[in-house]
Design a protein around this ligand. Structure first.
Ligand code: VGL
Ligand code: ZN
Length: 198
């Protein structure tokens, strides 16, 4: 079956020294490069927010990073400013061999909606176009790696499973944020959705 490797958000702001650094994020890059060389199709996602994005705590008076807020589409974690379009933090990790990618999907560019998933924005209905791309390439199976396990990888994997793709998340090539038990919840949620955790 034609398979694609989906590499989620391996960007400077999610790596040590970045605005929303995930522990150990830089240690998955070499392994991801190896996987990309062996994959039949490679898609990278890139978190890509306009300045003043509604998911940033700095856009909400009196709110601090990692507090929650209520958006029209549901509860939303407020983040430190990160992955601002065109900023160094939004660039891919310098060691990631991006030349190996067939396609780069940007997400989170709509100022009013966050987008964790590679397939849908956080309203769960606005598509990014990735499903159409994969379908038109005849890709029927997915492997996912990247950042962060409990947010963008989790949402992407669950959406992929709901869309009918067999999907495997390679845990060794992911790292999580783990906000109030979010990692455990995400692993359980992925399992319940039929995602294979390897
Ligand atoms: C992500 C929080 C905010 C992620 C992106 O890539 O997991 N997390 N934006
Ligand atoms: Zn983001």
């Amino acid at each position: 079956m034609p398979k694609a490797l989906i590499v989620i958000d391996v960007q400077n702001d999610f790596c040590p020294g970045g605005a929303l650094a995930v522990d150990g994020a830089d240690r998955i890059v070499a392994g991801i490069n190896t996987m990309m060389k062996e994959a039949g199709a490679v898609v990278l996602t890139q978190d890509w927010h306009p300045a003043g994005h509604s998911s940033f705590a700095s856009s909400h008076e009196g709110k601090e990073p990692f507090e929650m807020t209520e958006m029209p589409y549901g509860p939303q974690v407020l983040w430190p400013d990160h992955c601002v379009q065109g900023s160094p933090g939004a660039e891919f990790h310098p060691d990631l061999e991006t030349d190996l990618a067939d396609m780069i999907v940007r997400k989170g560019y709509n100022p009013a909606i966050d987008s964790y998933s590679a397939f849908y924005e956080n309203d769960h209905e606005t598509p990014t176009g990735l499903h159409g791309y994969l379908r038109s390439r005849g890709i029927t199976e997915l492997v996912m790696v990247g950042l962060a396990t409990d947010f963008c990888v989790n949402y992407s994997a669950v959406d992929a499973a709901r869309l009918g793709y067999p999907v495997t998340v390679l845990r060794d090539l992911c790292r999580g944020i783990d906000l109030d038990g979010s990692l455990e919840a995400a692993l359980n949620g992925m399992r319940d959705a039929g995602v294979t955790l390897a």
